[in-house]
Write a protein that binds this ligand. Structure first.
Ligand code: 13P
Length: 340
C-alpha cells in the first residue's frame, strides 16, 4: 500500500469545482436505462453511449473521476484508445465498480447483503493494471416496517470495511457507499435515524479494519423523505439534516463525501448539493458522484441516434457544469428555467 498515492488520488477525486460521474451500470441496469429510450442494449450501443459521455468536450472541467463497469474498463474509444487511458490523459481518474451486487440476505426478509469479496484481491490487482485508481462498493439499506435490522446494517458495514482494506492494500482508493434507499413512504426523521445508525456502524468497522481514512471517499445518501411519503421535507430541510448527520458521524480526516442521487430528479440533486455547500465551512469536500442525476437528460437528448450524439454531450455538460457550481453553493434553480 502507498499511503501517499491513496491520499493524492482521493484529493484529486474531490478537487474543487468537480465531482464524479457514476457510469458503472451493470448489464441489467443499463438495459433498463436503454429501454426508456427504446434502444437495444448491445455491447456496441453501451460503448457508444459511454464514449458520448467521456468525450464530451470540456467535461474534465467539472468531472474529476469516472466509475466504470468491468465491461467498460476494457472498451475503447472509436479511434482505439482504451477508456481508462483516454480519461487519464484528460486528468480524469478512472475507477471501477467491484461489488457483484446486493443479494437477498438469508434469514432476513426484505434485506440484502452485498457480495463480491471472494477473489477481490486478485481482481483489484488486474484493475490496477488496467488503470483503475479507485473502486466502488455499494451496500443497500432499505427502510420499511420492521427493517432495517441492526444485524443487516452491521453485516453490510463489515463487508464494506473488508472491501476497503483490500483496496487500500492495492493502492486503490475505496469509495465506501452505504446507500439508505429513498424508495419507501418514510419520513425524513426516519431516514436520519437509519442513516445515523448506518454511518456509525460503517465508521466503527472501518476503524476495526485499520482503514486509512485520508485515503478513502464516502458515498452516502442524502437525508431525505421517502419518495412515497405523504409530505416531503423541503430542500433546505434536506440540506440541514444531511449536513447535521454527516458532521456527527464522519471524521474530519475523510477528505471528501460524494453523494449518490438515488432517484432524486437531476435538478433536486443539484439544488441539495448547492444548499449544503452554502452551509459551510465544512470539514470535508462535499461533492457529487451521481449516476442518474448526471445522465438522465443526456440519455434522453441522445436517444441512441448518431445525429444526436452532440446533443447528448451538450445535455451532459450542462448538468456537469451545474453540479460543478453546486460545489461552491453557487447554483440557482433559475439556471434551469433560462436553459429551458
Ligand atoms: P445514482 O446517482 O443514480 O443513485 O447512482 C449512483 C451510484 O453509483 C449508485 O451506486
Amino acid at each position: 500500500m502507498s499511503r501517499s498515492e491513496l491520499e493524492s488520488t482521493a484529493r484529486a477525486m474531490v478537487a474543487k469545482g468537480k465531482g464524479i460521474l457514476a457510469a458503472d451500470e451493470s448489464g441489467g441496469t443499463i438495459k433498463k436505462r436503454f429501454d426508456s429510450i427504446k434502444l437495444e442494449s448491445t455491447e456496441e450501443a453501451r460503448r457508444t453511449y459511454r464514449e458520448m459521455l467521456f468525450t464530451a468536450p470540456g467535461a474534465a472541467d467539472h468531472i474529476s473521476g469516472v466509475i466504470l463497469y468491468d465491461e467498460t474498463i476494457r472498451q475503447k474509444t472509436k479511434d482505439g484508445t482504451p477508456f481508462p487511458q483516454y480519461l487519464q490523459k484528460l486528468g480524469v481518474v478512472p475507477g471501477i465498480k467491484v461489488d457483484t451486487g446486493a443479494k437477498p440476505m438469508a434469514g432476513f426478509a426484505h434485506e440484502t447483503i452485498t457480495e463480491g469479496l471472494d477473489g477481490l484481491r486478485e481482481r483489484l490487482a488486474d484493475y490496477y493494471k488496467l488503470g483503475a485508481r479507485f473502486a466502488k462498493w455499494r451496500a443497500v439499506i432499505d427502510i420499511g416496517a420492521g427493517y432495517p435490522t441492526q444485524f443487516a446494517i452491521d453485516a453490510n458495514a463489515h463487508a464494506l470495511a473488508r472491501y476497503a482494506a483490500l483496496c487500500q492494500e492495492a493502492s486503490i482508493v475505496p469509495i465506501v457507499e452505504p446507500e439508505v434507499l429513498m424508495d419507501g413512504d418514510h419520513s425524513i426523521e426516519r431516514c436520519e435515524e437509519v442513516t445515523s445508525n448506518t454511518l456509525a456502524s460503517v465508521f466503527q468497522q472501518l476503524h476495526s479494519h485499520r482503514i486509512h481514512l485520508e485515503g478513502m471517499i464516502l458515498k452516502p445518501n442524502m437525508v431525505i423523505s421517502g419518495k412515497k411519503a405523504a409530505s416531503r421535507a423541503n430542500p433546505q430541510q434536506v440540506a440541514e439534516a444531511t449536513v447535521r448527520t454527516l458532521k456527527r458521524y464522519v471524521p474530519g480526516a475523510v477528505p471528501g463525501i460524494a453523494f449518490l442521487s438515488g432517484g432524486q430528479s437531476s435538478a433536486e440533486a443539484t439544488e441539495h448539493l448547492s444548499l449544503m455547500n452554502k452551509l459551510g465551512p465544512l470539514p470535508w469536500e462535499l461533492t457529487f458522484s451521481y449516476g442518474r442525476a448526471l445522465q438522465d437528460e443526456a440519455l434522453k437528448a441522445w436517444g441512441g441516434k448518431p445525429e444526436t450524439f452532440a446533443a447528448g454531450q451538450k445535455a451532459f455538460l450542462r448538468r456537469a457544469k451545474y453540479n460543478g457550481l453546486a460545489r461552491t453553493g453557487s447554483y440557482s434553480s433559475k439556471l434551469e428555467q433560462e436553459a429551458a
